[in-house]
Design a protein around this ligand. Structure first.
Ligand code: SF4
Length: 270
């Protein structure tokens, strides 16, 4: 099966099935910064488009700036800011909640069991992490993986909004309640709105929000996992509507294995 093209349809040069690794947004010194050769290759594909290059440079500069952020109390307990990772030209952006233990240690969003499930779900629709961008509402790990506090979300939301402004995604999949409520601006919980796309304006552009259950929550609940799989199946169709690129027929694996979680892994899920 050929993966659905994910890069922007407005620039035919970007219509590649498997986008080179492009972690140009990683803060210097983080593990992600080791992938710059891949990013350079990606940049070469659109070298003739100064607007794209400027946007990418601005995103990388913003990641560097954010790495030193101390706007809220979470700065004191973090190992590092987990800014986000993926394709800076992605049409599809995933937004989760906050880094957990493993994310804080490694500097990437969605590692551990929840990340593995997200990878399998992406694989099921013909995509990899290099085709999309992944970020969180909160960039620093809350102590004990507690829920983010309202004032922490308020302090950090500008970082996410700036990411959206610079990445210019067409489809934003919000994972769980925190991302869904923040980006929709509505109080409706994920149980009510999952799988139902909604139009909104973010970063001065029209964008489609697509709320999904958080993979970490789905790991614990088989019924929720099936719902998440069902909702995920619609992503290629929604992308096709947004980009004008025809969706491939997706052969989604029916069973995403549920690995039993160790206590340490559970701590890293949220
Ligand atoms: S959580 Fe966000 S606002 Fe708070 S210190 Fe980290 S990056 Fe800054």
């Amino acid at each position: 099966m050929t993966a659905i093209p994910i890069a922007r349809s407005a620039a035919p040069a970007r219509l590649v099935a498997s986008f080179p690794s492009s972690r140009v947004t990683a803060p210097p010194g983080s593990p992600a910064s080791a992938d710059l050769p891949g990013a350079a290759a990606a940049a070469g594909a659109v070298a003739a488009d100064p607007e794209v290059l400027n946007r990418r440079a601005a995103l990388a500069a913003y990641a560097t700036e954010t790495a030193a952020c101390s706007r809220c109390r979470l700065a004191s307990g973090r190992t590092q800011v987990v800014f986000g990772v993926g394709n800076p030209d992605a049409d599809l952006l995933f937004v989760g909640e906050a880094p957990g233990f493993h994310e804080d240690q490694q500097g990437y969003p969605f590692v551990g069991q929840a990340g593995k499930l997200l990878d399998k779900l992406l694989q099921g629709i013909g995509l990899t992490r290099d085709d999309v961008y992944i970020a969180n509402v909160i960039k620093c790990r809350p102590p004990g993986n507690r829920d983010p506090q309202p004032d922490e979300i308020e302090a950090c939301e500008a970082h996410l909004f700036r990411q959206i402004e610079l990445i210019e995604p067409k489809l934003i999949a919000t994972l769980g309640n925190f991302a869904t409520k923040l980006l929709s601006g509505k109080p409706h919980g994920i149980t009510r709105v999952h799988g139902r796309q909604q139009e909104t304006t973010l970063g001065g552009r029209s964008v489609t929000l697509y709320p999904l259950y958080h993979p970490a929550a789905a790991l614990y609940t088989p019924a929720m996992l099936r719902t998440l799989e069902d909702d995920f199946r619609r992503i290629p169709e929604l992308l096709a509507e947004e980009t004008g690129v025809a969706a491939q027929v997706i052969q989604f694996p029916t069973a995403v294995p549920q690995a039993p979680l160790s206590a340490a892994e559970q701590l890293g899920l949220f």
